[in-house]
Design a protein around this ligand. Structure first.
Ligand code: SAM
Length: 230
């Protein structure tokens, strides 16, 4: 956006997220909805073990990042949240849309473990991040300050309804359990664009090392193919 009077600030990524989500379609819409979605947050070389001293004792982290794959799409003062079925518009600042002026995102991820080798790596689960997402800050989550479970939350009331996921003809039976969980939990979030209810349509999702095909009828998704995509 162009605001001649606005102060300009420059920020650089301190880390990059390595995520199983290789494309936007199928990414969880919020953190925690797909617990099996694990990302590795790789810090830039200038941030060594000192920069994460004490962090391993926290269970959740706030990850500030740039919606880098939405920057070229610009922003809009009104957006259509998927939670409203794409039928209603809301002010961008009343939503978590990627199409916001500074394209800054904020996700609360569960810290699973930290590796402090040559590169510091934070493994976090429940991610809603695209592979390659630039991370601009990391902070510990402090429940007594930040947890407000009774707070009003506007048009976002509770967890979205999940789809049942079935695997056709034993498909996916040979996948590692974590990959199978990642695929099933991601599809259960119903990644279809708002309005779409076309039972014969085949959806294709690139996730982890796989190309996954599925169809959705009523409240059930059926996985019809999983192919190794190198
Ligand atoms: N929890 C974050 C927040 O509230 O700022 C993100 C919420 S946003 C609704 C989540 C969606 O952003 C994902 O489902 C995916 O479609 C999209 N997304 C994730 N990482 C992205 C990236 N690096 N660039 C563009 N879009 C991204």
């Amino acid at each position: 956006f162009q605001t001649a009077t606005a102060m300009q600030h420059t920020i650089a990524a301190i880390a990059t997220a390595r995520s199983p989500y290789k494309q936007k379609f199928g990414i969880a819409r919020q953190p925690g909805l797909v617990p099996a979605a694990e990302v590795c947050i790789e810090l830039q070389p200038e941030f060594n073990a000192d920069s994460v001293r004490g962090l391993a004792d926290f269970e959740y982290l706030w990850i500030s990042f740039i919606f880098h794959d939405a920057v070229s799409e610009g922003w809009s003062p009104l957006v259509r949240p998927p939670r409203l079925g794409g039928r209603q518009k809301m002010g961008v600042f009343a939503t978590r849309s990627p199409h916001r002026p500074n394209h800054l995102g904020l996700s609360l991820l569960k810290l699973e473990r930290i590796e402090t080798g040559k590169t510091v790596k934070l493994y976090c689960s429940g991610a809603d991040l695209l592979d390659g997402t630039p991370i601009v800050d990391i902070k510990p989550y402090i429940p007594f300050v930040e947890a407000k479970p009774e707070a009003a939350s506007g048009f976002v009331s509770g967890k979205p309804q999940e789809l049942a996921v079935i695997w056709a003809n034993g498909i996916g039976a040979d996948l590692p359990a974590n990959e199978r969980a990642l695929i099933a939990q991601s599809i259960a979030q119903d990644p279809r664009p708002a309005y779409q209810d076309i039972p014969e349509r085949v959806y294709v999702m690139n996730i982890s090392a796989y190309e996954v095909k599925f169809q959705i009828q009523n409240d059930t998704a059926t996985v019809i193919a999983v192919e190794y995509a190198d």
